[in-house]
Design a protein. Sequence first.
Length: 201
Amino acid sequence: MAQALNPNNPGSTINAQIIITTFYPTTRTATFPATITDYADSFSSQWDEQSAYGFQDNVAILQGTTRMIRVSFVLGSEDAEESKEYMKGLNKIVQNLYPAYNSSTGQPQGTPLFGLKIMNWTQNKSLMGYVKNFTISPDLSEGAFIQFRTGKMYPKIIPVTFEMTVIHDKRPGTSGNKFTLGADFPVGLSPLEAANIVDEC
C-alpha cells in the first residue's frame, strides 16, 4: 500500500481516484485509480505596478489571479488487460490535445478543453481548463506484458505528469462576506465521516 502524502516525507505517495474528462472536440471520460506522487495547486496574481513621484512604494493594481494544477501519478497494472485499459484512457486524453478541424474546409473549429476531478482536492467537482503539458513515460525497468505473436507490449508501470490551467466557471472573489466559489474553495472540506477514514501514513 502506498504511503499518504506527508509534509515531513516529500517522497511519499497516496492512492486516489483521478477523473479526466475531455469536453471538446469530443466528450470522453477516463478514470484512473492512481498513485499520486506529486501534486501542486498554484495561484499566481498579476499586478500592474506603477511608480509615482514622491512615493517610495509602487502603486499596484490587481489584474487577475490564475490557477494552475500540476499532477504526477503512477498507473500500476497486474496484467496485460489492466495495462491496456489504462493505455486506452491515456489515448483518449492525448487525442483531445489536438484541435478539431472542419472536415470540409480543414479549418480549426475549436480549442481542446478538459475537466479534472481528484476527489475533494478539486472541491469535490470537475474543474475545467486547458492542458499545457501531458507526459507519459512508461517505466520499462519494472517490466512489461509482451505478446510476441501480435508484437504488442503493455507496461506494468506507467508514470504520468501533466499541467492544467484552470478556467473558472464563475467569477472568483469576495462579495459581501462570502467567497463566490464557496467556503470549500479550493479544497472540499465537508464534514468528515469518521467511520470511512483510513489513515495510510
